[in-house]
Design a protein around this ligand. Structure first.
Ligand code: DAK
Length: 257
């Protein structure tokens, strides 16, 4: 039973994960990261779960790694740090993740948000990578994912100064796709997840993978992947159902094959 994570659903194909360490602004300690990774394992194995929404509280999505835990760890331990494996598990999750971000998304919290495929933020959201203030640097993809999302100048400014940016600035810079009134962020993220949950699961999975390839490979390799994935879907029952449903003017019933 998770102690730091609330799990709801799946309802209408959507599983909701809520970080719940209010005493530490949802700081990501090893236990919480492990619970997120385990919840994603379950969500992956469950065919009823088509998408995951991850959120925190109205005050904080997550205020970074747990600084008290970090202070208690010795350097030798970092080499076999179990948190590395948890982060890799989160990064490999194949179904869509939508992050509903209110309040602080700092350090590991900002990095967790960037592991999502779609980022929806409340008006009060604040993004930043303050690791530099602690004499360290981002360790869960912050320098790489921010650079891809924000470009070099704003990324350098954030990671070298530790400054935060508002939801408005994050939207303008392309880090997030929408801003909501804070109290509606989770609702909006769930609605987006429900729309995705109704689509053909194989098409969703391959589409997510193809979009990720755009950041990971050169154009020719990405285009090759897209062509292969497109061809693979041509043989699915869901493609036949999608085209037939259009012609018959009804909603498609996708089966995931
Ligand atoms: N860790 C532990 N406790 C935290 C915390 C954190 N990151 N952030 C906040 N808290 C705790 C505070 O200590 C306080 O606890 P009490 O004093 O009440 O016991 C409580 O949450 C409320 O916080 P504040 O009183 O400070 O609240 P304010 O509204 O005044 O300020 C704040 C909110 C978010 C601006 C402030 O709390 C803050 O600056 N927090 C620290 C933010 C930060 O520096 N985060 C980055 C941490 S470094 C790795 C991968 C990634 C990472 C590490 C390893 N591997 C793969 C190994 C990531 C590193 C980081 O994220």
């Amino acid at each position: 039973m998770p102690q730091n994570l609330l799990i709801k659903g799946p309802e209408k194909g959507v599983r909701l994960l809520t970080l719940h360490r209010p005493e530490a602004l949802n700081a990501l300690n090893t236990a919480l990261l492990g619970e997120i990774a385990a919840a994603l394992d379950e969500a992956e194995a469950d065919p009823e779960t088509r998408a995951v929404v991850i959120t925190g509280s109205e005050k904080a999505f997550a205020a970074g790694a747990d600084i008290n835990e970090m202070a208690a760890r010795d350097l030798v331990g970092i080499l076999e740090d179990p948190r590395q494996a948890h982060w890799q598990r989160i990064a490999r999750f194949p179904k869509p993740i939508i992050a509903a971000i209110n309040g602080f998304a700092l350090g590991g919290g900002c990095e967790l948000a960037m592991h999502a495929d779609i980022l929806i933020a409340g008006e009060n959201a604040r993004f930043g990578q303050p690791e530099i203030n602690l004499g360290i640097m981002p360790g869960a993809g912050g320098t790489q994912r921010l650079r891809r999302a924000l470009g070099p100048s704003l990324t350098m400014q954030l990671v070298l100064t530790g400054e935060q940016i508002s939801a408005e600035r994050a939207l303008q810079a392309g880090l997030i796709s929408e801003i909501c009134p804070t109290e509606l962020t989770v609702e909006r993220a769930i609605r987006i997840a429900e729309i995705i949950a109704e689509k053909a699961p194989l098409a969703v999975r391959l589409t997510k993978e193809a979009v990720h390839k755009a950041a990971d490979t050169d154009l020719a390799t990405g285009l090759r992947f897209e062509r292969h994935a497109f061809t693979l879907l041509a043989g699915t029952a869901d493609r036949a159902e999608g085209l037939k449903a259009f012609q018959e003017k009804r909603k498609p019933q996708f089966k995931g094959c």
